[in-house]
Design a protein around this ligand. Structure first.
Ligand code: PLP
Length: 375
């Protein structure tokens, strides 16, 4: 049996009639740039999150850049942050989180993760913000779909009057203490990369915020930096959300809660099936967690991955290199707070298993059986 990480063809077949109709509607109206579907998606997602404003954009990476640039303009009066402005974040994330900080002119300061959650260690984060001068904000990343402890993150930020930009690329639909992620921090940044829980048929993203000034700034920056693109105020981007992506995402949005529930059910079955397998550490699945990746720790990862591959089970490593070890961050003055030993250890041990919402029970059982034999 072949078990892929994700089966986007199966997902397309599952909603083919609606997606084909949505695309046909776009072919008919030909409003490819900021067509009616973009506004409709922004309004539907704002309502879904209980966020005041949402702005569609071209990717999750651009969402973070746009959010930070808007904050730079609002809080410093200048177009970009300066390198002396530090933004605390995790080194155990996709490159884009740290890269966006550099692109907005600021410097990332990497803080270690909690080995149990793979998210920022709250004690370390608090110490970093209290002991390091120049920290202007925090980017918590809800890694693998698990919400960060947002009450604590917001308290740490409030105590120093610094901002919080949530990186929700991997956690669309997740919630913390009954509130959807994206309606908690100053801004929330979403990715609709095809493999995400809510994924388009190409690159796309969104920024959410409750602040009208930040909303205006983000929207302007997506459109070259002005309300009127022929007479602009700021150094902007061409970073609009495509009409076609919005049309497809509107269809997929209808399935998001069902698909997230299916992901949780698969994860809970994996946890049950793997709980007594020596050498495998399974993740905790908490309330509000949407399990973008089902990630275990194993000691002999290369061998286990090879065995899984032989048996037809795909696996992936997210992430093999923590950000602070990469040339781009070393060369551009990224800072480190204390030890990042937990992030370094995780990068050597983690392995993600197939978690396709439409995955059959047999496929899930096959993954459990193969992994149980190979460790
Ligand atoms: C944690 C995280 N942040 C940011 C991004 C960037 O999103 P995108 O690929 O849509 O630019 C991704 C995904 O790729 C991600 O996983």
């Amino acid at each position: 049996m072949q078990v892929p990480m994700l089966d986007l063809k199966a997902e397309y077949r599952y909603m083919k009639a609606d997606i084909d109709a949505a695309i046909a509607k776009c072919l008919d109206h030909q409003h490819w740039i900021l067509g009616p579907e973009v506004k409709e998606l922004e309004e539907k997602i704002a309502a879904y999150l209980s966020a005041k404003h949402c702005v569609g954009c071209s990717s999750g990476t651009e969402a973070i850049v746009l959010a930070l640039r808007a904050l730079a303009i609002k809080t410093t009066g200048k177009e970009y942050f300066e390198r002396k402005h530090l933004i605390a974040t995790t080194p155990f994330t996709f490159t884009a989180t740290g890269d966006a900080i550099l692109r907005a002119g600021a410097t990332p300061v990497f803080v270690d993760i909690d080995p149990r959650t793979f998210n920022l260690d709250i004690v370390q984060l608090k110490a970093c913000v209290e002991k390091t001068s120049g920290v202007v904000g925090i980017i918590p990343v809800h890694l693998f779909g698990r919400p960060c402890e947002m009450d604590k993150v917001m308290m740490i930020a409030a105590s120093k009057k610094i901002f919080v930009v949530e990186d929700i690329a991997q956690a669309f639909g997740a919630q913390y203490q009954g509130r959807k992620l994206g309606a908690i921090g100053d801004l929330g940044c979403f990715s609709f990369f095809p493999s995400k829980n809510l994924g388009g048929f190409g690159d796309a993203g969104m920024v959410s915020t409750g602040d009208p000034q930040l909303h205006d700034l983000v929207r302007m920056l997506t459109k070259h930096g002005g309300k009127d693109k022929y007479n602009v105020d700021h150094i902007g981007y061409n970073a609009r959300l495509d009409t076609l992506q919005a049309a497809i995402l509107l269809v997929k949005l209808k399935h998001i809660d069902d698909f997230n529930a299916r992901r949780r059910a698969i994860a809970l079955r994996y946890n049950e099936g793997l709980k007594d397998v020596p050498g495998v550490t399974t993740p905790e699945i908490i309330d509000g967690h949407v399990v973008h990746q089902y990630t275990v720790r194993v000691g002999n990862r290369d061998q286990v991955q090879a065995d899984l591959k032989t048996a037809g089970v795909q696996s992936m490593v997210y992430y093999p290199f923590p950000l602070h070890t990469m040339k781009v961050f070393k060369d551009n003055g990224a800072r480190i707070f204390g030890s990042l030993a937990n992030a370094e250890k995780a990068s050597l041990e983690v392995m993600s298993l197939p978690i396709e919402p439409l995955q059959t029970r047999e496929a899930t059982e096959a993954v459990i059986a193969v992994l149980s034999k190979s460790v």
